[in-house]
Design a protein around this ligand. Structure first.
Ligand code: AMP
Ligand code: ZN
Length: 442
């Protein structure tokens, strides 16, 4: 079995060969904890959960280490805590707890380590000191900046022209920067902001820049070089580009991670999802209306590198498909997990989940119930989705009776109207020669 993964750095699908098959190591950039995560944030969590499950299957669970960090020091966090008048730690604890509950409801396994940025300040300072000592970084006006021109092959991951990089980085052209591309490793804290004793002889207490935290946490938990680094496509530049620069220059290595994987973006009803425009929906809100399994299934119907359009219609389809796939004897009570060979082949081809789902349908058609059930479980589906809507059964039965009368009287317009009314309640009718049955489809 060959696992092939698309690598953003080399821009090709390559056979995945771990540095050490007894210690397969993956790092994924996690949430910034200041508010409920939106459904776009759930995409990397679900995608890399599927990869984690696949790696555990291929190499054995004890031989895979998955690290997903928690960014708990950030301007947005400071601002939100001040707005709510609560301590920063209270805000980050609460948000992190909500995040864990949300992603557990989506069927995601917890990573092996979930390191917090604020608990790795010492490691960040060690990296910063190393970079300054080797002239890859310099101190200016109480900041420490990474010197981009000091790294000959900076920019390999995003491969953008320099002017685009400058625009993309939204670089503030601070007077103390030697080069406009240079980025912050450490900065002074203002009054009331979290602060730590600064590195490199800077007297004012300060706090780390964003990128350095992932270099520090991946080093601490996975080493100088590891196998897979993942996140959303928006992180390629500047975040991952800068992580690579910091880690490689600190350790004088040729690579930080051997495979760089990025999920495409999630849009809502055809429009870009963004917190700034208010066009977003949280996982928490969606879980009020939809079972977590349906949200997970809906995410996996699209290949992870493609953009995904998140729609109510798509969720309804996912609900009814997953209902029919999981209509299996003993599905929720048995525990056996294994990937059917055709599903494994699909996943081994750069996590082709739409193909894997097509193979699930094949098992369903061939009534291979045992294989279907254990494969669904291996993919993280352990429950048959139940509608979260409370439907008034009596009302439904009455409407169906009225519709039957209308049909007997050949009043097709009225019959259709009632069907639509029921559909709006999430109730779908199935007419057959034995009568009309109904099902809640969402
Ligand atoms: P953030 O908390 O914004 O740093 O994002 C956490 C993770 O979610 C990162 O891997 C982002 O790339 C990813 N992400 C954010 N928004 C979206 C989106 N709309 N679609 C897919 N992934 C996203
Ligand atoms: Zn990161």
């Amino acid at each position: 079995m060959e696992l092939r993964l698309y690598d953003t750095l080399t821009k090709e699908k390559r056979v995945f060969t771990p540095l050490d098959p007894k210690r397969v190591r993956m790092y994924v950039c996690g949430p910034t904890v200041y508010d409920f995560a939106h459904i776009g944030n759930a995409r990397p969590v679900i995608v890399f959960d599927v990869l984690y499950r696949l790696l555990r299957h291929l190499y054995g669970a004890p031989h895979v280490k998955y690290v997903r960090n928690i960014t708990d020091v950030d301007d947005k966090i400071n601002a939100r805590a001040a707005e709510r008048g609560i301590p920063i730690r209270e805000l980050t604890e609460e948000t992190y707890k909500n995040f864990k509950a949300d992603v557990a409801a989506l069927g995601c396994l917890p990573p092996d380590v979930e390191p917090r940025a604020t608990e790795h300040i010492e490691e960040m300072k060690i990296l910063i000191e190393k970079l300054v000592a080797d002239k890859h970084a310099y101190v200016a006006e109480e900041h420490v900046l990474f010197s981009v021109p000091s790294m000959k092959d900076y920019g390999q991951l995003s491969k953008r022209p320099l002017d685009e990089m400058i625009a993309g980085a939204r670089v503030d052209v601070a007077p103390y920067k030697k080069d406009p591309m240079d980025f912050v490793l450490w900065k002074p804290s203002k009054n009331g902001e979290p602060s730590w004793p600064s590195p490199s002889g800077i007297e004012t207490p300060g706090r780390p820049g964003w990128h350095i935290e992932c270099s520090a946490m991946s080093w601490k938990h996975l080493g100088e070089t590891f196998d897979i680094h993942g996140g959303g496509i928006d992180l390629v530049f500047p975040h991952h580009e800068n992580e690579i620069a910091q880690t490689r220059c600190a350790f004088h290595t040729g690579v930080m991670a051997n495979t760089w994987m990025h999920n495409g973006f999630l849009q809502v009803e055809g429009e870009k999802m963004a917190k700034s425009t208010g066009n977003f929906v949280t996982i928490h809100e969606l879980l009020q209306d939809w079972p977590g399994e349906v949200l997970r299934f809906n995410m996996l119907r699209t290949h992870y590198r493609q953009p995904i359009d998140w729609t109510i219609k798509g969720l309804e389809e996912s609900f009814s498909t997953l209902r029919s796939l999981t209509d299996l004897p003993g599905f929720e009570t048995d525990v056996e997990q294994d990937f059917a060979p055709a599903v494994l082949d699909a996943l081994a081809d750069d996590l082709n989940t739409p193909k894997a789902i097509a193979e699930l349908h094949g098992l369903h058609q061939r009534q291979d119930h045992a294989a279907l059930a254990s494969t669904l479980r291996a993919l993280g589906f352990s429950k048959r989705p139940e509608s979260k809507r409370s439907v008034d059964k009596q009302k439904v039965e009455n409407l169906i009776a009225t519709r039957l009368d209308a049909r007997k009287a050949k009043n097709w317009a009225e019959s259709d109207r009632i069907r639509d009314e029921l559909a709006a309640m999430g109730v779908v009718l199935k007419d057959s020669k034995d009568g009309t049955t109904w099902e809640v489809t969402r």
